[in-house]
Design a protein around this ligand. Structure first.
Ligand code: CO
Length: 209
């Protein structure tokens, strides 16, 4: 018996519908991909990149982890960024967080969660930079949501601090890094207006000559 048969059934139906709408869809995609966007988002099942921006396979290159964190020693994330920028020549990197993120919530809790605490440390660092602003808010929910936004801003900076992105800018490649946040309650994206388009916009200490 085929395990998880219902998923294979759904897959077959999806492939049929897609081919009916566009006969060459899979043949065309099987030979190449030209996505213009790299999405770095949370692994949360409620925040699926393609669906949120209504994009088809082939249109968006995706990396997801708990709480959309970009760490400068994370070979997985860095490899995705390098491939997207150097090989696919994507034009936009979107760091997209979401309100009510459980990774952010866990990072704010003063208790042990197991192995993941090592990952959440990166979010605790973001909290530390903005502790006064966050603690001034009256409710836990507001604190979490502000840290969700501040985390996106921090991760946008982390993307820009990579040598990959800086070298792309130095060679004249057009590349914009965006910070967005998604609302689980209304399905809407909000631009946090932290677009970065070149070396001049990042702080000196991180600029690689
Ligand atoms: Co999340």
């Amino acid at each position: 018996m085929q395990a998880l048969q219902h998923l294979f059934d759904k897959n077959r139906k999806w492939a049929e519908t897609t081919t009916k709408a566009d006969r060459d869809f899979f043949t065309r995609l099987s030979t190449q991909q030209h996505p213009e966007y790299l999405w770095i988002g949370c692994a949360d099942s409620r925040v699926p990149a393609n669906q949120i921006v209504d994009m088809l396979p082939g249109e968006i290159f995706v990396h997801r982890n708990i709480a959309n964190v970009v760490v400068h020693t994370d070979l997985n994330c860095l490899s995705v960024i390098q491939y997207a920028v150097d090989v696919l020549k994507i034009k936009h990197i979107i760091v997209c967080g979401h309100y009510g993120c459980n990774g952010i919530r866990a990072a704010l809790e003063p208790r042990e969660h197991g192995l993941i605490d090592n990952w959440l440390r990166h979010i605790k660092d973001v909290y530390r930079f903005h502790q006064a602003e966050i603690e001034a808010l009256p409710t836990e929910q507001e604190k979490i949501n502000l840290l969700c936004e501040l985390n996106v801003v921090e991760q946008v900076a982390n993307v820009c601090h990579t040598t990959i992105v800086q070298n792309a800018w130095k060679s004249g490649q057009s590349l914009t890094v965006h910070g967005w946040i998604y609302g689980l309650e209304d399905g809407l994206l909000k631009d946090l207006n932290v677009c970065i388009t070149g070396l001049d916009e990042i702080c000196k200490i991180h600029r690689v000559k």
